[in-house]
Design a protein around this ligand. Sequence first.
Ligand code: ME8
Length: 517
Amino acid sequence: MPDKTPYFITTAISYPNGKPHIGHAYELIATDAMARFQRLDGKDVFFLTGTDEHGQKMQQTARAEGIEPAALAERNSSEFREMARLLNASNDDFIRTTEPRHHEACRAIWNRMADNGDIYKDSYAGWYSVRDEAYYQEGETEVRDGVRYGPQGTPVEWVEEESYFFKLSGYQDKLLQYYEEHPDFIGPAERRNEVISFVKSGLKDLSISRTTFDWGIPVPNDPAHVMYVWVDALTNYITATGYLEDPHGPRAKYWPADAHIIGKDIIRFHAVYWPAFLMSAGLPLPKRVYAHGFLLNKGEKMSKSLGNVVDPVNLVNHFGLDQVRYFFMREVSFGQDGSYSEEAIGTRINADLANGIGNLASRSLSMIVKNCDGKIPQPGALTEEDTAMLATADAMIGACREDMGKQLVHRAVATIIAVVSETDRYFAGQEPWALKKTDPERMGTVLYVTAEVVRQIAILLQPFVPDSAAKLLDLVAAPADKRDFAALGEAGRLVPGTLLSAPTPVFPRYVAPEVND
Ligand code: ME8
């Protein structure tokens, strides 16, 4: 067996200044689906998530609560870890930027940039958004009702302090050349265009240390300064691989990352600052940065003041985990903003899961259990329709692989669910219930073909709805070692004579609770 190809995928690391919200859950579910997909496709996957615990925002939130930032980080980081468990995320590590391994990696990357002559001391005077932890040019801000806001709509404040700078201006041409030579580095296209025009508009040197608070990683040999939180945060990705410590260590093979999955609000950090830092430090660059859109609640931005921030725990308790995972992956075009509502989730569950794959599996498999001695029937000669149906099923992986390679998660799910509809049409057209009396052998063939398609659909649904897909695979008695993508198509066809047990419902219909006016 040749060694498996390493595949390193990450989410952003979240600020634990509050509990996780549905936007965080969305990013984690999508990245988990991608990680699971690559694992099932035979890659050696390393999937990383975690929390970004330093910075002024954390320090201010802690102060407002009357606790230490470390205590705030500890409490909420646990909530994020718990959310990952609740969502059935298959992450291989959970990094916290307060860990010693990370402090060490940050010092190492800082020293490499300094050794390359890219860090100098000066003083900063300009606008800073604590909510975004970002510096903005005056031209990017605007004043409304006497308050100055940054481009993301968060208030900015004037900052003036001694600071270390990173010579970002020296990387403008190198970055543009890199984008040109690596057209897949940034996705989707809107974000790539946005980044290129930002870089073309001119890069100024970046302030990379702060002195007015101390909740951060001290700058090597100058502890009056803490590192700018984004230098610290971005470095997490390489910390977790141990690459800086030992480029031949056990996880070093995962660097550079194959994909950073992040929200569109933080593309600038990942597609401009991060590659520039890495170029300066003489380290390989990630292969792809993909920015998803924002989740909106019934079309409105979620905010604490609007009171429409949905707790992922409540959503999962109400609809079920796989139902929520499925909804977000199917309903939102990955890369675009997406709206959700309880009605939309309920409708989707019933249309695609309960009436779709759930119903197809239970109708076909219960017919096998009743009419074929509970065993997968021996198919007879295949008709053109049978062959076409199997070919459609066998072709799913090619389409899904291509879409997942471009983070088009919704398209991969749509491909699978379209085959469910196609199979429904096949099944209805063949009328196996009528064949029972007239031509039982032909009935067996139709049921065999249908069950085989159900098997392949179930294998491909695993990244999105892992527990439910496993139940579907149990229903068709797929062996444990025949559930990965290598078992798709001819390689893993159902074996006639395999005993099935009576199907139990996998996706119950969703019935909205009665509202009492
Ligand atoms: O930005 N819909 O942390 P964060 C979709 N610590 N995604 C959303 C969202 C929404 N409504 N709200 C937030 C940070 N996100 C930094 C990252 S990475 C080295 C450091 C996404 O807790 C957001 O875009 O504010 C980001 O990718 C992630 O959640 C964490 O956001």
